[in-house]
Design a protein around this ligand. Structure first.
Ligand SMILES: [Zn+2]
Length: 121
């Protein structure tokens, strides 16, 4: 499920074409009918994933750059790379943060029978 999310596919069934346009998901998966937004305010989790992953990648780059060039750290280049990363990564991660959030949510709250489109009580 993680690799499906990373490749912008439905984390549940692996279907392609789950986005209507860049960063905009269909309401339901065209492959399995899974409703992507499970509740009101669902995408706040996606924003947290987006910023969290961007912060982790920025810190990893900054600390690696500092450690590899110590004691003559090129601070200006490192800060410039940091600015580019902190602007570019959230943009690049935006659609992935949604599919990664769906993956994480499904890991924590598995797909219930009641949520399935074909469910009949
Ligand atoms: Zn699906």
């Amino acid at each position: 499920m993680f690799w499906r999310a990373l490749r912008l596919r439905c984390p549940l069934c692996g279907a392609r074409g789950i986005f209507t346009r860049w960063g905009q998901l269909h309401d339901r998966c065209p492959g399995c009918g899974y409703s992507f937004a499970r509740e009101e305010g669902y995408w706040v989790g996606g924003m947290i994933v987006n910023l969290g992953v961007a912060q982790i990648l920025f810190m990893a780059t900054f600390l690696t750059g500092t450690a590899l060039t110590w004691p003559d750290v090129p601070w200006t280049a490192l800060i410039a790379a940091g600015v580019v990363l902190m602007v570019g990564l959230p943009i690049w991660l935006y659609p992935r943060s949604k599919t990664l959030w769906i993956w994480l949510d499904l890991r924590l709250h598995p797909y219930a029978d009641e949520e399935r489109p074909e469910y009949r009580p």
